[in-house]
Design a protein around this ligand. Structure first.
Ligand code: BDP
Length: 648
């Protein structure tokens, strides 16, 4: 290993230690193993919105102290789901304040009687602020709607004869100038227009502020001495894959570690001991994005066995993709080869469930990505569920992992309080997603007011911190500022630009797109000399609306707008443009406004996942680009690859 790299590993090791302290431990995805059990608490929970004027009745009456139904009427609420669209009540759909969730869990006797078992409660996503009690005892609080948090509840469940426990979670969806995303509560005090005490939630983002328990709540066990965290960083030296690992163990200082790296056939290809080391894999199968290589998305398994005194063992297996990511002045490289992002922006959004995790929807979306020939997406505008990233690792879909820094436009949102929280969120995000080979870049924000003066310090600090947390991935944020006024752009590795030519201005004038897009790219590149991704572009199309010449909101207009963008993208991708991500994969719900017809209609698929005309345009294009990349030439039909059974 070169001295430069070994210095990096040492620096990383130190950083990881300091981060682990800041973050209080790891956040490994709960998985069953010979030493671990997992119990998902999906299903119906008791639910009650606090409709009192100050929204504090639940705390004043301590609803967590007894079963929630004893506090007053409750509803059945499915978890995971957003609570907003589950009933017919407008008051619940638009509710702002505290809602209360509760359910009982029956625990296996071994969990409650064996003090050598550690029982952990994990909440994968509670939007936005959550307070959690178990059997009436406060166990944890968390700020932020899209990242997991945990509480060790062993003592609580092992202190009495009970084999059940009552979990109460109060969640507040209020957004303030210092939350991520930010928002403002606006009080309407003119009593000739509004009832007394009337307030609304204002936001600067374009999706419905769905709330609730959006992902699974799980209970899982580990031994009392346990594998707390694993960090893996891969490199490639000629045809040798290098897997560097760091393992943190909690519960005892006396333990031994055995680490095995297995190939997809279960054969051990490398072996290590100790809490850090480097595994060498000769003739390594690299992790490639699908469509880029004959053997895509190869995953090894890192099997870790920890043995502590008193012959306690803990086992955890982590999928590992060996790949590298690098950025030059004009290219984005994966395994040293230029990678062009031809993909989408998404949302976690669906009818009825809102942002609630949904396996059928997820698999449908991945099948649509494949149909489309999309090789990548951005997690606009917040971290998606871990299951999404696990599938991207397996399928070879490349991800730009975005934090919920969307709508940072108020001057207060650039202050220290906001920055401190934003840094913590990046720590939580990197901690959760650092080991996913599919994640190739972090995005710290979407469309902030990056021309405001404080943006320079804000983004410098945020990006420097994120790079220190992860020495291997580039960092960006997505800009809609002008190339010569953006104060954050000097700090990013890749310029990501959103533009809506002939949509939010020059209405109906498709003929100006090419000249404007060309100037956009040339200006950004001349100023910053960094690779550029067209991170959003698009137009609303109401499915079934047609017209020629194309009027705005027709399927033809959406198609023609995309085609005009594509003409310029085709020139610039030969130079320094390294990607294009359509806005948006599918229609999605927004707050109500005269600008939106039942939500945002810029999807190339409807909210029910049916294609609009534009989807076929993009499908032709993406497969053509993919076939070019794979050296098949533009004559090869998409079906060549698409008809092949998709093996994961
Ligand atoms: C962009 C935002 C995105 C919006 C989109 C639009 O990044 O969240 O949904 O505009 O207006 O500015 O459709």
């Amino acid at each position: 290993m070169s001295p430069k790299w070994s210095a990096c590993w040492v620096a990383l090791g130190q950083l990881l230690c300091s981060c682990a302290l800041a973050l209080k431990g790891g956040m490994l995805f709960p998985k069953e193993s010979p030493s671990r059990e997992v119990k998902a608490l999906d299903g119906l929970w008791h639910f009650r919105a606090d409709l009192s004027n100050n929204r504090l009745q639940g705390f004043e009456e301590q609803w967590y102290r007894q079963p929630l139904r004893e506090s007053g009427p409750t509803l059945d609420m499915p978890v995971p789901s957003s609570f907003n669209d589950i009933t017919q009540e407008a008051a619940l759909q638009n509710f702002i304040g505290w809602v209360w969730y509760e359910r009982e869990a029956v625990l296996p006797r071994s969990w409650t009687q064996d003090s050598g078992t550690r029982v952990v409660l994990r909440i994968n996503s509670a939007h936005y602020y959550a307070v959690v009690w178990v059997n009436g005892i406060h166990v944890v609080e968390h700020e932020g709607g899209h990242l997991p948090f945990e509480a060790d509840i062993s003592k609580l469940v092992q202190s009495g004869p009970l084999t059940t426990c009552r979990i109460t979670i109060a969640i507040n969806n209020t957004l303030t100038p210092h939350t991520l995303p930010p928002g403002t509560i606006v009080y309407k005090t003119d009593t000739s227009m509004y009832p007394k005490g009337y307030f609304i939630q204002d936001t600067n983002f374009d999706f419905f502020n769905y709330a609730g328990l959006h992902r699974s709540v799980v209970l899982y066990t580990t031994p009392a001495t346990y594998i707390d965290d694993i960090t893996v960083i891969t490199k490639v030296d000629q045809d040798v894959g290098l897997v560097n690992y760091w393992i943190s163990v909690q519960g005892s200082e006396y333990f031994q570690l055995e680490v095995h790296l297995l190939d997809e056939n279960g054969k051990v290809v490398a072996h290590g001991t100790g809490d850090q080391g480097e595994l060498r894999v000769p003739s390594a199968n690299l992790w490639w994005p699908y469509l880029m290589h004959e053997r895509p998305a190869y995953l090894y398994s890192l099997k870790v066995k920890m043995t502590a005194a008193e012959s306690v063992s803990d086992f955890y297996t982590l999928p590992v993709g060996i790949r590298t990511v690098a950025v030059t002045k004009s290219k984005f490289l994966i395994n040293g080869k230029p990678f062009y992002f031809h993909g989408v922006n998404k949302h976690e959004d669906s009818d009825i469930r809102g942002k609630g995790f949904d396996w059928p929807l997820l698999i449908k979306d991945f099948n649509l990505l494949r149909w489309l020939g999309a090789n990548s997406f951005r997690t606009s505008h917040y971290p998606y569920s871990e299951e999404v990233l696990q599938l991207c690792d397996r399928y070879g879909i490349v991800v730009i992992d975005e934090c919920p820094g969307v709508g940072i436009v108020l001057p207060q949102s650039f202050g220290n309080e906001s920055l401190r929280h934003h840094l913590e969120v990046m720590e939580e995000l990197v901690r959760r997603d650092k080991n996913h080979p599919a994640v190739v870049m972090w995005s710290v924000a979407n469309e902030p007011s990056s021309a405001q003066k404080p943006a320079a310090y804000y983004f410098k600090t945020l990006i420097t911190h994120t790079k220190a947390l992860d020495l291997t991935r580039p960092v960006t944020f997505v800009s809609n500022a002008k190339y010569d006024t953006d104060l954050g752009a000097p700090y990013v590795d890749v310029i990501c630009v959103n533009s809506y030519f002939s949509w939010y201005h020059d209405y109906g004038h498709l003929e100006v797109i090419q000249i404007q897009l060309n100037s956009q790219f040339e200006n950004w590149y001349k100023t910053h000399q960094k690779p550029i991704i067209q991170s959003e572009y698009g137009a609303d199309a109401v499915p079934g609306i047609h017209g020629d010449p194309p009027p705005m909101f027709s399927e033809e207009y959406q198609k023609a707008l995309l085609e005009n963008y594509h003409l310029v993208l085709d020139q610039k991708r030969k130079e320094y443009v390294v990607g294009e991500l359509i806005w948006n994969f599918a229609d999605f719900m927004t707050s109500q406004s005269p600008l939106r017809v039942m939500g945002n209609k810029k999807g190339i698929f409807t909210r029910q996942r049916q294609p609009k005309s534009s989807a076929f345009v993009l499908r032709e294009r993406y497969w053509r680009i993919a076939n070019e990349t794979r050296g098949l030439g533009s004559a090869a039909r998409p079906q060549c690859f698409g008809s092949r059974p998709f093996t994961f």
